[in-house]
Design a binder for this molecule. Sequence first.
Ligand code: ATR
Length: 475
Amino acid sequence: MEIDGKTGLIGLIGNPVEHTLSPVIHNGISERMGINSVYVPFKVEKEGLEDAVKGAYALNILGMNVTVPHKNQVMEYLEDIDEAAGHIGAVNTLVRMKSPDGKDATKAGYKGYNTDMLGLRRQIREDGISLKGKNTAILGAGGAAKAVVYMCLSEGAKTVYLLNRTVEKAEAVAKAMNAFYAKEAVIPMALQDYGKIDEKDLIVFQATSIGLAPDIDSAVLEAPAFYEKVSVGVDLIYNPADTKFMRLVTEHGGKAYNALKMLLYQGVIAYELWHDVKVPRDIVEDVYTDLKRKMYQKDNIVFIGFMGSGKTTVGKELAKRLKMNFLDTDSYIENRTGKSIPEIFAKEGEEAFRRLETEALQHLRDTVKNTVISTGGGMPLKRENAGLLKEIGRVYYLTAADSIIYERVKGDSDRPLLRGSNPYERIHELMKNRAPLYERAADIWVDTNCNDLEEVIARVKEDWAQFGNRTNEQL
Ligand code: ATR
């Protein structure tokens, strides 16, 4: 993009802003539509917020997004606030005010909108979820939950059960929203009181921060009896793509969605307000592809699986072909400690070894890039490790039937696990225990029953072409 004297400026104010994905959306649209504007994030401290809004206006900035922690406070510095945003009590988009002839109004300032709510509404409409006359539930009663309550009521939901750890907060939100709509549709309750909800086929929105990466194995409410009432679950979290809440919904037969599209649409709607244009469908789709890639792309490839599943063989060969480094976590631990794995097991015990594994993963997370990592077979046994593995890279679970694993490893006298009298039985038993843990830790499964290295490599490469932090041309 070429910047010249006519380039319009749009941006984001918040703190922190380092990890924002919004430039992908806005600069992606500008480039594709040939619109001469550029989106820049600005880190703004609380004390500087008023100056930032005034300064933005003075600098002729077309519009701004506002994020944490300024979404409420910024309302004090605006000339006008959209009705919905006012009732939600949060603004995430500032639009430069204009007079009907296109010139700035005498009221010099910005009007605030809540495009988070509008984005979520567009996402659920597009996914074919209708709230009209339906029973809904929201987990959480913070700022995000408030926007969802508003959206549910404006879409004609019959009831909104508002479940929160701190019931007083849910009560306050319910009171304000019920007063606004002059009905008693919002019913506040404590999380643990979900049993009082009689309805089935609930549409549920997860609006707490529980489950956000790296804490990927938690949900704010885990009781199966709750999920039996749920037909659709929408998690406002989009990192990871598949949250524990979403897994609980699908395990009980419901449909689950994350909110990456909400992120996309809140941006598209803001862009449309700023530039007074309609972003065409195909461009929205292309920007969504960019967003997914940016969000979920990984620096490293991680293999997990049982002994004999091919982690080392596949890993080394793949590293060679993709010109990536190769690393084996067992060797890595041996190098770091100066002790062999059997020595660590014998002298310090399994618990100490598992601790070393976690430390190794923490270190790898902060240091490695462009690396194929083969992990010890017991690595995903610890809950914490599963989250760390996903932070390090895209996690491939190499699977194979017990009998095939047995054939591959039976002649290998180095494997302590197979020294007993009935190694096949032992493999079967271990696999039964470990399979659910591998499944939990994996991003994707790769079947290796074919015993064909080329085929396995081809499958991993195909997936990595989408998620790898490199261009397709390099693959
Ligand atoms: P946001 O503006 O993103 O919604 P928030 O206002 O801080 O963030 O709200 C966070 C929500 O997550 C709240 O509903 C909070 O519950 P409380 O009101 O009881 O604090 C919920 N939340 C955060 N941590 C939680 C936890 N460990 N267990 C249960 N709920 C939690």
